[in-house]
Design a protein around this ligand. Structure first.
Ligand code: AHG
Ligand code: MN
Ligand code: MN
Length: 333
């Protein structure tokens, strides 16, 4: 029987050569993984559990909140609240960070998450996901502050996501490459299925919301037109794919190769996507898989957030395509 390398075993194996992935870290990650398994079950049965649709509330982002946004958010917070090594959590859904009951002053880890990414797709049964990142506090034995969360992404010690698709996958990095795990529902474990994930060097997918074209700046239009014109052999087989769930678009491109753009535009000059909860974790993953992530000018992982809910344009995927985009922005914007 093929070896069943579970997520927990994988992290323990990594602990032997990576000081971050200590026993503490394994416990932290297994709690995040457990929360995603519960969300996965909820998502799979959403239509039967009366958890579809909106709550009627609006979140700090000014977006309509879905019932599953809240369920996933509460699940993740509850799962992390009892961990003495976690000082605080921050969520895209909440105005401010939340100190944990068990580790507020003693914990050295901070967790930021987008509990449910792609919420607008839930009612249509389209793939959605959860995104998270882990950072360490500079100081312990004191209360956590918002400033503790506002480090550049190059300080992250781990990043990952769950994607609730035809199967549920868990993909993560601790800075030693990217590994993907598939949930075996019969066992209830994430099992290694995609070891050492590398971004293929083919720009198979161009992933952007073309309905926003009239809002784009010159550099974005020039780059997209260059790809669509198939002016280079590199783009001869490039196809358009846009799911509208960042995690699903990102995961597809990680498997096939490609570029995802949510650029600065005339309506969202600072970008739509959240720097802490979406761009930073996916930027760490893509760089660990051999790709690049930029806001069109700067490396995403070098950007210092100016607040918990800072947003950023996100251009992420094959390095050569991200660099070409940046070059077109420098000429046209
Ligand atoms: P969330 O559901 O966490 O708010 O994220 C939605 C984001 C992201 O998943 C996706 O790439 C983007 O919104 C789609 O935006 P548009 O519908 O404007 O294209
Ligand atoms: Mn999101
Ligand atoms: Mn979300």
């Amino acid at each position: 029987m093929a070896e069943m390398l579970t997520l927990s075993r994988h992290i323990l194996q990594r602990a032997r050569h990576h000081r971050e992935a200590s026993g503490d870290f394994n416990l932290l990650m297994s709690h995040i993984a457990t929360a995603t398994k519960v969300v996965s079950r909820m998502v799979a049965k959403a239509g039967l559990l009366n958890v579809l649709g909106k709550t009627g509330d609006t979140n700090v982002q000014g977006e309509k909140v879905t019932k599953l946004d809240i369920i996933a958010n509460d699940m993740l917070q509850a799962m992390l609240d009892d961990l003495p090594m976690v000082s605080a959590t921050a969520s895209e859904e909440d105005v401010s960070f939340v100190p944990t009951s068990a580790g507020a002053t003693s914990g050295r880890y901070l967790i930021a998450f987008d509990p449910l990414d792609g919420s607008s797709n839930i009612d249509a049964n389209v793939s959605i996901g959860t995104i998270f990142s882990v950072r360490r506090r500079a100081n312990v034995d004191c209360n956590p502050t918002e400033a503790d969360f506002l480090g550049a992404g190059n300080e992250l010690v781990a990043a990952g996501y769950a994607v609730y698709g035809s199967s549920t996958m868990f993909v993560y990095t601790t800075g030693q490459g990217v590994d993907g795990f598939t949930l075996d529902p019969g066992v209830g474990e994430f099992v290694l299925s995609h070891p050492n994930m590398r971004l293929p060097d083919t720009c198979k997918c161009l992933s952007v919301n073309h309905a926003n074209r009239l809002r784009w700046m010159g550099g974005t239009r020039a780059y997209v037109d260059h790809v669509v014109s198939r002016a280079e052999p590199r783009y001869s087989a490039t196809t358009g794919r846009y799911i509208g769930s960042l995690v699903a678009d990102f995961h597809r491109n990680l498997i096939y190769g490609g570029i995802f753009l949510y650029p600065a535009d005339s309506v969202t000059p600072g970008g739509k996507l959240r720097l802490l909860f979406e761009a930073q974790p996916l930027a760490m993953i893509i760089e660990q898989a051999g790709g690049a992530a930029s806001d069109g000018v700067r490396r995403i992982l070098d950007i210092q957030p100016d607040g918990l809910h800072a947003r950023a344009p996100l251009i992420i995927g094959n390095t050569v395509d991200v660099r070409l985009y940046e070059q077109m922005v420098s000429v046209h914007d």
